[in-house]
Design a protein around this ligand. Structure first.
Ligand code: DX5
Ligand code: ZN
Length: 216
């Protein structure tokens, strides 16, 4: 399977978002990664539902929405209406994770679960078959442009082993500090999808950078 690439618009130019969305539309990227931060679960606030709605009007690829918010059940329906295709919640933010996953799927979206760097893979043992995607954080969530945490390679291998052991078909996506070097090692370890923010939008030719990531 070819690597899926999900550019994170957190690093895009918000004074001219249309240009960056068009670039992604015309690139080899697979998804748009949208980072929603509430200032409580993470120490930063990004953008919310009205912005996702506007992005959805011109985005021609699926919206891969990463909720860094507490008690995300409250907003599952709103994010569906805003155009989300994949809705990822944090394990650490859900008291009843199984219920939240079912809620997302009942709304017709793919269900993702994200793990912070300190959270072990083992917490997913009893839900892995219910999850479409696991988003492993390779930085502490809240900001773009941080350094990659190397322990993630080992977590990818553990997650892949769990998926195989449970005969699940869950995708492994990685978020934070992804570039050509870390990306290559992540793919070798078993990752299926890569999020990249500052590496893509901070490069001289973002579409070409996406293409290079895609070839990994
Ligand atoms: C961090 C976000 C990431 C962020 C990644 O909390 O979840 O999606 O945009 O940014 P880079 O690729 O710059 O590390
Ligand atoms: Zn993210």
């Amino acid at each position: 399977m070819q690597t899926l690439i999900s550019p994170s618009l957190l690093a895009a130019d918000f004074t001219n978002l249309q240009a960056d969305i068009d670039m992604v539309n015309n690139s080899e990227a697979d998804w748009f990664h949208l980072d929603i931060m509430d200032g409580v679960f993470v120490p930063n606030i990004s953008y919310g539902i009205p912005v996702v709605e506007q992005i959805n009007k011109i985005a021609k690829k699926p919206l891969d929405v990463h909720l860094m918010i507490i008690d995300p059940d409250r907003y599952v329906e709103a994010f569906k209406k805003a155009g989300s295709d994949i809705l990822t919640v944090h394990y650490e933010a859900c008291t009843h994770l199984h219920r939240t996953i079912q809620n997302i799927k009942q709304h017709g979206m793919k269900a993702g679960v994200s793990l912070n760097p300190h959270t072990p893979i083992s917490v997913l043992e009893d839900v892995i078959k219910d999850i479409d995607l696991v988003l492993l954080m390779s930085v502490n969530p809240g900001f773009g442009g941080q350094s990659f945490i190397k322990n993630t390679y080992c977590k990818v291998q553990k997650l892949k082993a769990l998926i195989q052991d449970k005969q699940a078909d869950t995708l492994i996506e990685i978020d934070g500090g992804v570039n050509l070097q870390t990306g290559k090692k992540l793919i070798d370890a078993g990752a299926n999808a890569l999020v990249a923010g500052s590496f893509v939008f901070g490069s001289n030719n973002p579409a070409q950078t996406i293409s290079e990531l895609k070839k990994l």
